[in-house]
Design a protein around this ligand. Structure first.
Ligand code: SF4
Ligand code: SF4
Length: 359
């Protein structure tokens, strides 16, 4: 068995790079903190292409082996292709254990591009192919796609890109946010994505945050509905021989002992441990759902001692309601940033559990 770990550094292996605040959709479920009501999240000057290159080079030298380009809509960033080309030319040290020995390899970082697909074109597809970039496209429903994106287009446009990507040999992920409005067609949405050629599925549950706060009532899922929704996705994945995962961690007790074969469902928060985020202006956050700006990337070493960062790295955030739970060894009580947004602190209960009886 091969075990992977990044080169020694206090930084997680994956850096999520928010290229721009701008977006060409107005998705009603969008959790980007700068789209939240009252504009409490400060928006500052976006980093230039050369500043991003400097950041990417620094992160690679500190052991970030995976770089995910997102936004906002990353394809709206002027110079995005130049930034991605630069990233693809970097070298990172990947240390793996093989047959009980540590083996170090110098390789190019693994790149991911997460887009809403609205201005996808063949140049971007060619770039993905050239550098083996995983392309993730957002597909929040089929019939409900225009509703969810506020008239941003049609699901067929995105499905067409999955087909073209398949033909071009580009690996793809369908990013599907499940909401109360599209849960009735989740089976069809996942099936359509896989049929069109998506290699894998990344499910996210709707969580309060960003613009989604304006639409919380109409989009929030009933916790009781979630296990069945996940089981139906797992069934499709099994039937099609594909795998998927849930990107927004769930409270373990909410799953009611349900197990899944092809769908990975996490209950442990990976923020600041497996990944972290660099925002458009260079401020670091523990997760893309987080509203809390930490250090600027130009002073990244300070992050080690940042109290908020340390609460995540030491997992010092279990809600008091979970204190006696025997499963807290495998569960962090649901999403800690959704809890923060809806309850005021990172050890508040996950919003899904507010309406449920605690164990
Ligand atoms: S730790 Fe909390 S959220 Fe997780 S299973 Fe236990 S009670 Fe549920
Ligand atoms: S804060 Fe943690 S649990 Fe919530 S989405 Fe981010 S990584 Fe997942």
């Amino acid at each position: 068995m091969t075990e992977r770990r990044p080169a020694p550094s206090f930084l997680p292996a994956t850096a999520v790079l928010e290229m721009t605040y701008k977006c060409n959709h107005e998705c009603i479920f969008c959790s980007c903190p700068w789209f939240a009501p009252q504009g409490e999240f400060t928006v500052e000057r976006e980093m230039s292409v050369s500043e991003w290159k400097h950041v990417i080079s620094k992160l690679c030298s500190m052991g970030c082996v995976n770089l995910a380009f997102t936004g906002g809509e990353p394809l709206l960033k002027k110079g995005i292709e130049e930034i991605i080309e630069f990233a693809a030319g970097q070298k990172v040290e990947l240390i793996e254990t093989e047959d009980g020995k540590l083996v170090s390899r110098i390789i190019a970082p693994k790149l991911f591009l997460l887009s809403n697909g609205k201005i996808m074109d063949n140049n971007i597809l060619g770039l993905c192919r050239k550098h083996n970039i995983n392309l993730s496209l957002s597909l929040p429903g089929l019939e409900t796609y225009p509703d969810h994106t506020c008239g941003g287009g049609y699901a067929d446009d995105i499905l067409a890109w999955f087909r073209l990507a398949k033909e071009a040999g580009v690996t793809t992920t369908a990013g599907i946010t499940i909401t109360k409005k599209n849960q009735h067609e989740i089976f069809e949405t996942v099936s359509a994505a896989l049929f069109a050629g998506a290699d894998t599925i990344l499910l996210n549950r709707f969580m309060p945050g960003g613009r989604g706060l304006f639409h919380e009532k109409e989009l929030s899922l009933q916790p009781e509905a979630i296990p069945d929704l996940l089981s139906s996705v797992d069934e499709i994945l099994q039937n099609s021989g594909r795998t998927g995962s849930v990107g927004t961690e769930l409270p373990y007790c909410l799953l009611q002992g349900r197990t899944f074969k092809n769908l990975t469902v996490g209950a442990r928060c990976s923020a600041a441990l497996d990944f972290f985020v660099v925002g458009p202006s260079g401020y670091i956050r523990v997760c893309n759902h987080s509203t809390k700006r930490l250090e600027h990337v130009s002073e990244i070493e300070k992050l080690k001692m940042n109290p908020y960062w340390r609460r995540f790295t030491f997992k010092d955030y279990l809600p008091k309601q979970c204190g006696n739970c025997r499963d807290s060894i495998i569960c962090d009580g649901g999403c800690r940033e959704a809890a923060h947004i809806s309850g005021g602190s990172i050890d508040s209960p996950d919003p899904l559990l507010k309406s449920m009886e605690w164990q």
